[in-house]
Design a protein around this ligand. Structure first.
Ligand SMILES: Cc1cc2nc3c(=O)[nH]c(=O)nc-3n(C[C@H](O)[C@H](O)[C@H](O)COP(=O)(O)O)c2cc1C
Length: 134
C-alpha cells in the first residue's frame, strides 16, 4: 500500500556543509534504490522529511531513522495511506535541500500541485516553515 510519513526533527548538533552533503547523498542513493520518493530539508538545525513509498518498507525505515543519533525530538506529523505520490515528478524522485532557492522552488511546486487531500495537507503543513525562509 502506498504510504507517506512526514516528520520534523532537530539536529543533534549543527551540521557542517560536508555533513549535510554526506547525509543527503547517502539518503538519495538509498531511497532511489528502494523506490522512496520525497524530500529531506535541512535548515538551521531543523530537519523536515517527507517520505512516500510502500507502507511496510517505510515503517521499518522510519524506525531506523528515529534511532539515528544525528537528530532528536522527532515529531511525526503525517503517517497515512495516500492515493498518489506528490514527489514522483519533482527532481525525479527523492531530493535533499537546504539552500533558500531550493526551498523556494519546493514551495512553488507544492503550491501548484494541490490536487489531492494529501498534497493539500502537505502544502498546509510545509507552507509556514517554507515561507519563513525567504
Ligand atoms: C534526518 C535524517 C534522515 C534520514 N533519512 C533517511 C532516508 O530517507 N533513507 C535512508 O535510507 N536513510 C535515511 N537516514 C539514515 C538512516 O538513519 C540510517 O543511517 C540509514 O538508513 C543506514 O541504515 P543501514 O544501517 O541499514 O545502512 C536519515 C538520517 C537522518 C539523520
Amino acid at each position: 500500500m502506498l504510504f507517506t510519513i512526514c516528520y520534523i526533527s532537530t539536529a543533534a548538533e549543527l551540521l557542517l556543509e560536508e555533513d549535510v552533503h554526506a547525509l543527503f547523498s547517502q539518503t538519495i542513493k538509498s531511497n532511489t534504490h528502494n523506490d522512496i520518493t520525497g524530500i529531506l530539508i535541512y535548515q538551521e538545525g531543523t530537519f523536515i522529511q517527507v517520505l512516500e513509498g510502500d507502507d511496510i518498507f517505510l515503517n521499518s525505515l522510519f524506525k531506523k531513522i528515529e534511532e539515528d543519533p544525528r537528530h532528536k525530538q522527532i515529531t511525526k506529523v503525517l503517517g497515512e495511506p495516500i492515493e498518489s505520490r506528490v514527489f514522483d515528478e519533482y527532481l525525479l524522485g527523492f531530493s535533499g535541500m537546504h539552500k533558500v532557492e531550493e526551498l523556494q522552488s519546493i514551495y512553488l511546486f507544492l503550491k501548484k500541485n494541490r490536487k489531492t487531500p494529501y498534497s493539500k495537507r502537505l502544502y498546509a503543513f510545509l507552507k509556514p516553515f517554507l515561507e519563513r525562509q525567504f
